[in-house]
Design a protein around this ligand. Structure first.
Ligand code: SF4
Length: 320
């Protein structure tokens, strides 16, 4: 038995926890499912374990966790872990207004602009994840830096050590995101070549005027380029069509508000437009949330939730 129904959750739906081979997850309702989960139950098993729910959910949503899934307010990306070599950041463009790091750190009375390297013991974490993943013969995705920007100039003196960790952890697929795409090329390690096999480079774009970040990224050879429209603040079509070449994964989110932040408007039609373009081009499309004051995770678009992500193992590309 892989999952256990604990009782009724939100709206009378079953509250479930799952065993991932190592430990039990926290209970959650099926409504709260998010991406790093895969279907493991047959229709018959689902009907047996979820007699009340089965029928109201497609079988694909009856799932088991793969590793520990992180939920963050902004980055509900499909990653097993999120990790920070350093913390804090300076606001850089319009999307930073609702930066979850700044809000959370201000709430904890920390200065979100006090950029500092994380403590040495924290730097050992990825090495442990690597040992565990290698022993289990699996790959794990790690999103860095959720509380900063991997390529910011202020972190130049620490980045070489970060590259060493990344190189020493081949079972971890590092998703490195930056809005400062103009800084990336000169901050890659000397032996980058066609890109480290375990590094994906990504950027986020909130307005049409920032689509040039995609051009910066496209010039850099790497195994996978991905795009995070988070928060998307205007309809980015049709301009996007001419920029998407060379990208292998697209996430779209609206701005999520909170007590202090009134979210800027988000129209699901903007997400539909990007979804349709991705479908046309065979690019996995992921829609973690649609924004709003208390945005709902994984909103439906035309009755469908969008969890798609590319496989972690990517072949070398020589066409960049
Ligand atoms: S670049 Fe990212 S981490 Fe830095 S302030 Fe903007 S949203 Fe926050």
């Amino acid at each position: 038995m892989l999952g256990r129904v604990l009782g009724k959750g939100k709206g009378g739906r079953p509250k479930v926890r799952w065993h991932n081979g190592q430990k039990w997850t926290k209970p959650f309702s099926l409504e709260d499912l998010h991406a790093p989960y895969v279907c493991v139950l047959s229709a018959a098993q689902a009907a047996e374990q979820f007699p009340e729910a089965y029928g109201s959910y497609p079988v694909e949503t009856i799932v088991k966790p793969q590793g520990r899934a992180k939920k963050s307010r902004k980055h509900r990306l499909q990653h097993d872990e999120s990790y920070n070599f350093w913390k804090h950041c300076h606001k850089f463009s319009e999307g930073c207004k609702s930066c979850s790091m700044s809000l959370e750190e201000a709430r904890r009375r920390n200065d979100p602009e006090d950029i500092r390297r994380c403590i040495p013991t924290h730097w050992k974490k990825p090495l442990k994840w690597q040992r565990d993943a290698a022993a289990a013969g699996v790959l794990k995705s790690v999103f860095a830096c959720s509380y900063s920007d991997f390529f910011m100039a202020e972190a130049d003196e620490w980045r070489e050590d970060a590259w060493k960790i990344i190189k020493a952890t081949p079972n971890l697929i590092w998703q490195l995101a930056s809005k400062r795409t103009h800084l990336i090329a000169e901050r890659l390690p000397a032996d980058w070549g066609d890109g480290y096999p375990n590094v994906w480079l990504g950027t986020s774009v909130e307005l049409k005027k920032h689509l040039g970040r995609l051009d910066d990224l496209r010039k850099i050879p790497c195994r996978m380029r991905w795009l995070d429209f988070a928060p998307l603040l205007e309809d980015i079509m049709p301009d996007l069509a001419s920029y998407l070449e060379g990208f292998g994964w697209v996430n779209v989110s609206g701005e999520q508000g909170c007590k202090q932040i009134e979210p800027r408007p988000f129209d699901p039609q903007w997400a539909r437009n990007i979804r349709d373009l991705c479908k046309e081009r065979g690019i996995p499309f992921h829609h973690p949330q649609g924004g709003g004051k208390y945005g709902k995770a994984y909103p439906l678009l035309d009755g469908v939730r969008h969890f798609a992500a590319p496989p972690l193992l990517q072949e070398a590309k020589h066409d960049s």
